[in-house]
Design a protein around this ligand. Structure first.
Ligand SMILES: [Zn+2]
Length: 576
């Protein structure tokens, strides 16, 4: 998301990095000096302004936390250089705020004045300021601030840190900013390679500046009414632009791969001319405008949309690997269940076959639907599921946002989730608010490295997760109709410490299974004859079988069978 100097034009400025989370009056970042990195914040006060100041990002009486800290006890640290001061006061510290928010709690500010002997001495100084507002129930949040007043003053600030217990929620402490005239991606590539790190560039997919849409109206996705949407379609020549850009990134800018955010297929997309023509060529029919799970044409249309994304991923992956065989392609599947089925790339076994890694954003359950799964096995399940689908490729999990004001999590919770990820074979792709927090996470992992390294899930129980059942039996409510049953089976196995690994319906389809002792099919309703035959063979060869509810009562399109497809194995029949 840093942008780079490209022969294919600029990406949308809104997708580049920017200074976040601070309210600054009378100041800006500067390249002229820095305590660390390349930039610091320069505050310049003159008598024309009553005060020059720095606060956390917030809104007066907005009722929201904004970027203020919710740690009522702790310690903050500043690096400062006092360039000049004339009849002026230079104050650094913490301001207690009410829920309004306003500074009306009755509690005093906690801070220091920059000593006169530091003014003009040309040195960076560090000050730490401990504060404690836990005794005042009116204090809800705190600002981390700096105030200059008087005749004239100039102060440089850098590397602000929160030092108290728990998560350190000050971001952008270094005041680094990606300015439009710099080449952020090349700078980061150089820095990473210097330290022996690989760098995958973030790419916000399917969004473009207005100029691109004006020059190529036919590249835009369209809804069923024919209106252009906010996105761009991979079945048009837009795909060439993306391919050219990522090849340039790998070949000329030197990134080690690309991370696509949000390559999705959406509910009422895409009915552009290119998609219509391609669908007609494959099926001889027009795309159906209305959702109808009983219609095979509708199912074909949904499949067509998924296959279009997967085909583009394979195309992109081949292109960057032609430029550098080591280059990796990772795609964000977001999460299919939390927002319903039709919105996403999906955590699909078919997507992972075409890329090198999937990223999933389970952290959104905290805000969108905390009731989805019973805590605490939810995160075990989500990581187990993602890593199971990835089958040895990289499974990246974003388990929680730790920026203040985003999600209401105590600091220990994201830390536990990081270990849950590693335990279940996923790679933590967490938001980390500061270096100390990262150090804690890495320390936790390092302590257990002997257990993690080279380990894999023992294939004792194979728990079947069926994409067909999720799609065509789960229909418009897959998590209620299907996914919760899988989760329940997983939780019961986990709580009894029984080894469980994931089996996809694709593996049943092709008849390729690991050396399981038992297969567990929790309401695996939609099954093809080939899948049923694989289970039959497994049982014939001595494998155990657990199947619940409507397992095998529907075919692969979710159409009801006369009776259970596995009636012979289950010794059961349908009654009414
Ligand atoms: Zn299209």
């Amino acid at each position: 998301g840093l942008g780079w100097k490209s022969k294919y034009g600029e990406i949308d400025p809104a997708m580049k990095g920017a200074l976040l989370d601070w309210e600054v009056v009378g100041g800006a970042t500067t390249d002229a000096d820095a305590h660390s990195g390349r930039q610091c914040l320069r505050l310049v006060h003159t008598a024309e302004r009553a005060q020059t100041y720095l606060n956390r990002r917030w809104k007066l009486k907005g009722g929201e936390q904004g970027a203020m800290l919710d740690r009522l006890k702790g310690e903050v640290a500043y690096w400062y250089k006092a360039v000049s001061a004339k009849d002026a006061s230079l104050w650094l510290g913490v301001i207690p705020m009410s829920v309004d928010p306003l500074e009306n709690t009755g509690a005093p500010r906690t801070g220091i004045k920059v000593p006169a002997e530091h003014v003009g001495d040309g040195q960076w100084h560090r000050v730490t300021i401990p504060y404690d507002y836990t005794g005042n129930p009116k204090v809800k949040w705190v600002h981390v601030s700096c105030f200059l007043d008087g005749s004239a003053a100039e102060l440089l600030l850098d590397d602000l840190e929160f030092l108290g217990a728990g998560v350190q929620p000050i971001t952008n402490g270094g005041f680094e900013e990606v300015s439009p005239d710099r080449d952020g991606t090349r700078e980061v590539v150089a820095l990473c390679h210097k330290h022996g790190m690989r760098y995958l560039a973030y790419y916000w997919a399917q969004r473009e500046p207005k100029s691109v849409g004006e020059a190529h109206p036919d590249w835009r996705c369209r809804n069923s009414a024919g209106k252009p949407t906010a996105y761009y379609c991979v079945n048009t020549a837009y795909r060439d632009l993306v391919r050219d850009r990522i090849v340039e990134l790998v070949k000329e800018v030197g990134v080690d791969g690309v991370f696509f955010d949000m390559f999705h297929t959406r509910a009422d997309e895409c009915y552009c001319d290119a998609c219509r023509a391609k669908f007609r060529m494959l099926t001889g029919q027009e795309p159906p405008p209305k959702q109808d799970y009983d219609s095979l044409l509708w199912q074909q249309w949904v499949e067509f949309k998924y296959r279009s994304i997967e085909e583009a991923m394979l195309d992109f992956n081949r292109a960057i690997k032609a430029a550098n065989p080591e280059a990796a392609l990772v795609v964000n599947t977001w999460n299919a269940w939390v927002y319903g089925n039709t919105h996403n790339t999906r955590n699909s076994i078919r997507v992972i076959e075409n890329v090198d890694g999937l990223l999933e954003e389970t952290g959104w359950y905290d805000v969108v639907d905390p009731s989805f799964f019973a805590f605490p096995a939810r995160h075990n399940f989500m990581n187990w599921h993602l890593a199971g689908l990835c089958k040895g490729k990289r499974a990246f999990m974003w388990g929680a946002a730790s920026l203040p004001g985003w999600l209401p999590l105590p600091p220990l919770e994201p830390r536990i989730r990081v270990l849950t990820m590693v335990t279940n074979g996923a790679v933590p792709a967490h938001s980390v608010p500061g270096r100390d927090t990262l150090k804690t996470y890495l320390g936790d992992i390092a302590e257990r490295e002997d257990y993690f390294r080279g380990s894999r899930l023992a294939p004792w129980c194979g728990l079947v997760v069926s994409e067909k059942t999720e799609l065509w039996y789960g229909r418009d409510d897959p998590k209620e109709r299907y996914v919760k049953g899988v989760y329940g089976a997983y939780q019961s196995l986990l709580e009894r410490h029984l080894p469980v690994s994931l089996v996809t319906d694709r593996e049943l389809e092709v008849g390729k299974l690991e050396d399981h002792k038992v297969l567990f099919l929790p309401n695996c309703a939609a099954m093809s004859d080939a899948e049923i035959e694989t289970v039959r063979r497994f049982v014939r060869e001595g494998g155990g079988l657990v199947a619940t509810y409507e397992t095998s009562l529907y075919d692969e399109h979710g159409q009801p069978r006369e009776t259970f497809g596995m009636a012979d194995l289950l010794n059961a029949k349908k009654e009414g």
